[in-house]
Every structure is written in structure tokens, then in C-alpha cells.
Design a protein around this ligand. Sequence first.
Ligand code: C2E
Ligand code: CA
Ligand code: CA
Ligand code: CA
Length: 279
Amino acid sequence: RKGKNGYYIYDADLLQQRLPNIFLLNDLHHAIKHKTEELHAVYQPIVDIRRKQITAMETLIRWHHPVHGTIFPGQFISLAEETGLIVPIGEWIIRQACRQHERWRKQGLPPIRIAVNVSVKQLQDQQFASRIEAILTETKMEPKWLELEITENMFIYNETTISNNLRHVKELGVRISIDDFGTGYSSLAYLKHLDFDTVKIDRSFISDCPHSYYESMITNTIISLAHHLGINVVAEGVERPEQIDYLREKGCQEAQGYFFHPPLPANEATLLLQKGIAH
Ligand code: C2E
Ligand code: CA
Ligand code: CA
Ligand code: CA
């Protein structure tokens, strides 16, 4: 009891949930501010199913915490989004991806797309598109190789800053991909709306293919819709050979998942590209 008419509500659960986050947030802030090597990028190959070649890499963030060890994005991205820290982190990871792409180009490796996840908080920032433009200039990367992965839920915000940023980056020649497709709230009409380049079918559908009728039909329908609209399709989270057989039969061009490769540190991703085979 606080006394007088005031009171505090003591919620042990809330305290337990939030307290570690406060420390974590402080550490994350430190990691990004001082450019420690704690934050780094890993790369997961996206494979052309038919040609058995790597056509893209998705950049995923990792945090090697000095005390807690590896912390996965699921444990800190939403925290970074809530606090706005995702803006500098997001910019940093895009720069890392572009630099890595430029290194691969200089080594004479066949060009591939490099994908980076972008959160809605970044697109709500007026400066987003001009920062992308600056990073492209700074790293000398050709815009057509950069693919920004956004989620459908972006559209429920219906904000002009978001659509302006998306239009601006498209004008630069950067590609846009819709991540986790099929799980969000958007209407299929959005597919036409901003001429997206890629849709990524969410792992929740792929994991039940081909044995579950419902998930298989959704997968099949997304592939066929994307084809008719001239959009590239990536199946996410492929783990088993029968999924590949199904996807190939339905005409899905690209897939990503542990069946091929997990996310890899830069040196291992480089070795893989040098070998020139997907699997
Ligand atoms: P996502 O964009 O859907 O990324 C795919 C996630 O699935 C990655 O988890 C990847 O490691 C995992 N994955 C890949 N293949 C398989 C598979 O065959 N089976 C299974 N079970 N999982 C697979 P990760 O790296 O833990 O990332 C989780 C999420 O965190 C990402 O989901 C993305 O939404 C977010 N994220 C990661 N890096 C960044 C980043 O740099 N910026 C932002 N804004 N978000 C990021
Ligand atoms: Ca993604
Ligand atoms: Ca995804
Ligand atoms: Ca996701």
C-alpha cells in the first residue's frame, strides 16, 4: 500500500517478465551503440528447386550475449521494435548485408539476391528510403540484388509514410518480398497493389505439405496465384524431401529451409557459394 488514496499493483508475473527485458534492452543498446561484435548476421540460402542452385540468401540477425550466449531474434526483435531500437539495428543489418554482397561480387561469385527483414517501425520512419539509398551508394551495391522482406500486416497500418517509403525503394530498383505469406490480415488485392517481386509461403503451410489437404491446397493456390501475377514464390521452412517433390510438382521455383541449409555464418555461406551447388 502506498498510503493516502494511492496504491501500487504488485504483479509478480509482470515483474518477472519485464525485469530481464530491462537488462536485456540495456545490453542491446550497448551492443548497437558501441558496434561490439555481439550482433552479427547469418545467411540462409534460398534455392532454385529445379536448377539446384542458390539464387538468394536471407540475412538473419544473431546476438552473442557475453553472459547469456546466443540470443535468437524471437527473444529480442519485438523488444527492439517496442523501444524504437529496431531502427538503428535494422539499418545496421541492411548495411552488413550489402557489404557482404559486395564482398561476394568482388570474389567473382555468381550474383544472387540478398534478402533482409524489415520491421514496420523502420518503414514508419520518414528517413527509411533515403537511408537505404545512402547505404546502396556507400556499399556500391546494385539495388536490384537487394530484397526487403516485409509482412502483410504492414498494410493494416495504412499509413502514407509506409507506402511512400515502399514506393521510393521500389523506384530505386530494390525488390520487395512479402514474408510469412498467408498468416496475416491483408487481402490478396495487396499483391497487385504495390507490384511485389516475391511472396514467401509461411512455414506453417509448408510443414503440413503434402499430407494435410488444407495446407496443401493453400500452398498450391498461393503458387498458382503468384504465377498468374508474375510474382516469384519461395516456400519457407522446407525440412523433408516429400515437401520438395510436392513443391516441384506444383511449379514452385524456390525454397528455403533446413532440408537445404540452416542459416550460416558469413564464411560458411561463402564456401557454399564457391562450391556453386545448392545441396
Ligand atoms: P523469418 O523472417 O520468417 O525467418 C525465418 C526463420 O525460420 C528464421 O528464424 C530461420 O532460422 C528459421 N528457419 C529457416 N528454415 C527453417 C526450417 O526448415 N525449419 C524451421 N523450424 N525453421 C527454419 P530466426 O533466425 O530465429 O528468425 C526469426 C524471425 O525473427 C524471422 O522470421 C524474422 O521475422 C525476425 N528477424 C530475424 N532477423 C531479423 C532482422 O534482422 N530484422 C528484423 N526486423 N527481423 C528479423
Ligand atoms: Ca524473413
Ligand atoms: Ca518468414
Ligand atoms: Ca517472420
